[in-house]
Ligand binder design. Structure first.
Ligand code: MRU
Length: 349
């Protein structure tokens, strides 16, 4: 059975279309973006979220942003382009796919620099489409590799949302679950709710239910009990940045899940496209961790649940040390063992 996916990011005739993920599961609404400021805001406010989708949205956001760029000289165009790219780069700090996509767009500009600016603008639109289309293939391939680690009847726990709407299609961590469903396997998924923004409850549970996959929603603090009961045979999560030593940054709470998995001798898998691997970031401590507004914790979704004025710490991500990661699943294969040695090789092949 072929699974139908909603396209969370697309672009046509000068309009960037984004599925507003803050409204899921109650409302399925697409934003039509024609200004770079709105693309920036959509990324910042998590209307588009998930590392690969952020990269795709940034590429298209840049296409929108350079629409009115001067066309008389390359120098003038490039100065304008750089300013727009630098602006988008300030939207969120952790998912390296954002910077990866902007860099790829920059490289395309430089490759085309001898051509007229009108041509460069068209080339950038093509590059953004390529980034999007490649991600679809990459996610499918990650899913195929990841499926070799799973088997029919397994219980799988996931955290946050690394599904179809977080990417061009299929997702990363959720890709093998969709492929398993296509094969007719019976996989039982436990979705962590994922405090404080509830990506697991709002998005993962919604996505998997739509696909007819058996999903059970649990709050984050139930994961230990569910593992203790023997209901989970593998954990699989997505990732926002893999450092050169294999430390991985993902949604806050992932580190705790990895520790629980180790305590229960359950493999902990990280699914990540090459675009999420950042060899320039040496270790997890060098990964910039986004801190978000206190209100996400004290009055999330409009209801005050903590006293006014309380001190709050609200990091959006945490870092799982490489020794807790059983394998990193990429489109170029499955890495285990010494990530420091294995990761650079991916870029050579
Ligand atoms: O803050 P978010 O919702 O953008 O965080 C998303 C995650 O942590 C995902 O697991 C990660 O980006 C991988 S998405 C394929």
């Amino acid at each position: 059975m072929e699974i139908a996916f909603l396209q969370s990011v697309s672009y046509e005739n000068g309009v960037l279309k984004i599925l507003d993920q803050t409204k899921i599961p109650n409302i399925t609404e697409f934003l039509e973006i024609t200004k770079i400021e709105d693309a920036w805001d959509a990324i910042k406010q998590l209307k588009v979220r998930g590392a690969p989708a952020i990269g795709i949205a940034a590429a298209y956001g840049l296409v929108v942003g350079i629409k009115d760029a001067p066309e008389n000289s390359f120098a003038e165009f490039y100065a304008f382009f750089k300013k727009q790219a630098d602006y988008l780069a300030t939207s969120r700090p952790t998912a390296v796919n954002l910077f990866w996509a902007l860099k790829r767009m920059d490289e395309r500009v430089l490759k085309e620099k001898e051509r007229p600016v009108t041509h460069i603008k068209a080339a950038l639109e093509n590059e953004a489409h390529t980034i999007r289309n490649e991600d679809e293939d990459v996610c499918r391939t990650i899913g195929e590799h990841a499926l070799t680690l799973l088997s029919d009847g397994m219980g799988i726990l996931t955290h946050c949302n690394a599904g179809g709407i977080a990417t061009a299609r299929y997702g990363t961590a959720l890709a093998p679950l969709y492929l398993a469903k296509e094969k007719g396997w019976n996989i039982k998924v436990y979705a962590d709710e994922t405090r404080p923004l509830l990506q697991g409850a709002r998005l993962t549970a919604w996505e998997l239910m739509k696909a007819g996959i058996d999903v059970t929603l649990i709050t984050d603090n139930m994961a230990a009990m569910v593992m203790q009961k023997g209901w989970v045979q593998a954990v699989i999560v997505g990732c926002d940045r893999v450092a050169a030593n294999g430390d991985v940054a993902n949604k806050i709470g992932t580190y705790g899940v990895a520790l629980l998995a180790k305590a229960h001798q359950i493999p902990f898998y990280v699914a990540a496209p090459i675009s999420t691997i950042d060899l320039e970031t040496k270790t997890g401590t060098d990964i910039p961790i986004e801190e978000r507004e206190a209100a996400e914790i004290t009055e999330g979704f409009g209801k005050r649940t903590a006293p006014k004025g309380v001190k709050v710490f609200n990091p959006a991500f945490d870092v799982t040390p490489n020794e807790l990661v059983t394998a990193i699943i990429t489109e170029k294969g499955i890495l285990t063992g010494n990530y420091q040695e294995a990761l650079p090789k991916l870029f050579k092949s």
